[in-house]
Ligand binder design. Structure first.
Ligand SMILES: O=C(CO)COP(=O)(O)O
Length: 254
C-alpha cells in the first residue's frame, strides 16, 4: 500500500469467457455493491466479445471494464486488431498494454507498448502498462535492470497518475502458483517507484503499481500489504467471483 493512493483490484480474464460466464460477472457486481467499494477500486479486463455485456451488467456499480490490448492507431486496415477508441465505445475505461503474454505471443517490444499506452490515452482509456522479468532473468539477478529497461521503454513521459497504472508481473509467477517473497515484491516495487519518479517526476509518486502473478485469496493479505503495492492484477482467480472478491476482501484486513 502507498499512503494517499486508493488501491485497485483488477481481473484479467485473458482468452476466457463466454455467455456462460455472465453469472460470475453478476457475482462480482453484487460483491462490490455490498460495501467492498469503500475499500478499493475494481476493474475487470475482459475479452472484447464480453465488454459491452459486462459494461451493461456493471452499470451503476463501482466495477469498471477494461480491454486486454489495443492497436496504436485509431482505425484502419488492421485485421483482427482493436483500437482504444473502439474499446471505449464498447464501455471500457481501461486497457492492459504490454502483458508478457502479448510480448511473447505477438513479439511486442517496449516501443510497441509505448505506442499503445499513448493510443489508450488518445482513446480516453487508462493504460495498465505491464513489466516483469522471466525466470532466467531472475536467476541472473537481472530483475532491476529488466524493470528499468522495460519501464523506460514502455512509459511515455507524458504519463499522469490519473490515466496510468503499472503492473509488475514476474513472468515466472504467472499461472504457476509461484509467487515472489514479500521482500522480493517490496524490492521490485520500490525500484519501479524510483524509476517512475526519475522518469516523470513527482507525479510518479501517485501512480498505482499493481502486483500480478498467482494472486489468490490465501496470499492476498501478504502481497497486498507490501509497501508500494497498490493493488493486484489477477488472472486465473478473477474467473470465479468468490475468489476475486476474496482477494479484494484483503483490504478489509489491511
Ligand atoms: O497474468 C496475470 C494477470 O495479468 C496473472 O495471472 P495469474 O493470476 O493466473 O497468475
Amino acid at each position: 500500500m502507498t499512503p494517499g493512493i486508493r488501491p485497485l483490484v483488477a481481473g484479467n480474464w485473458k482468452m476466457n469467457g463466454t455467455e456462460a460466464s455472465l453469472g460470475e460477472i453478476h457475482g462480482i457486481r453484487n460483491g462490490f455493491m455490498s460495501g467492498l467499494d469503500a475499500e478499493v477500486d475494481a476493474l475487470l479486463c475482459l475479452p472484447a466479445t464480453l465488454i459491452t455485456r459486462a459494461a451493461s451488467i456493471f452499470s451503476g456499480s463501482p466495477v469498471a471494464v477494461g480491454g486486454q490490448d489495443c492497436h496504436a492507431k485509431a482505425s484502419g486496415a488492421h485485421t483482427g486488431d482493436i483500437a482504444a477508441e473502439m474499446l471505449h465505445d464498447a464501455g471500457a475505461r481501461y486497457v492492459i498494454v504490454g502483458h508478457s503474454e502479448r510480448r511473447t505471443d505477438h513479439g511486442e517490444k517496449d516501443s510497441d507498448v509505448h505506442g499503445k499506452a499513448e493510443a489508450a490515452w488518445r482513446g480516453g482509456l487508462t493504460a495498465i502498462i505491464c513489466v516483469g522479468e522471466t525466470d532466467a532473468e531472475r536467476r541472473a539477478n537481472a530483475t532491476p535492470d529488466v524493470l528499468t529497461r522495460q519501464i523506460g521503454g514502455s512509459l511515455p513521459r507524458a504519463a499522469v497518475a490519473s490515466t496510468t497504472v503499472i503492473a509488475y508481473e514476474p513472468v515466472w509467477a504467472i499461472g504457476t502458483g509461484l509467487t515472489p517473497t514479500a521482500e522480493d515484491v517490496k524490492r521490485a516495487h520500490a525500484h519501479l517507484r524510483a524509476e517512475l519518479v526519475r522518469l516523470i517526476g513527482e507525479e510518479g509518486n501517485k501512480v498505482r503499481i499493481l502486483y500480478g502473478g498467482s494472486v489468490k485469496p490465501s496470499n492476498a493479505v501478504e502481497l497486498l500489504g507490501v509497501e508500494n503495492v497498490d493493488g493486484a492484477l489477477v488472472g486465473g482467480a478473477s474467473l470465479k467471483a468468490s475468489d476475486f472478491l476474496g482477494i479484494a476482501e484483503a483490504y478489509r484486513k489491511l
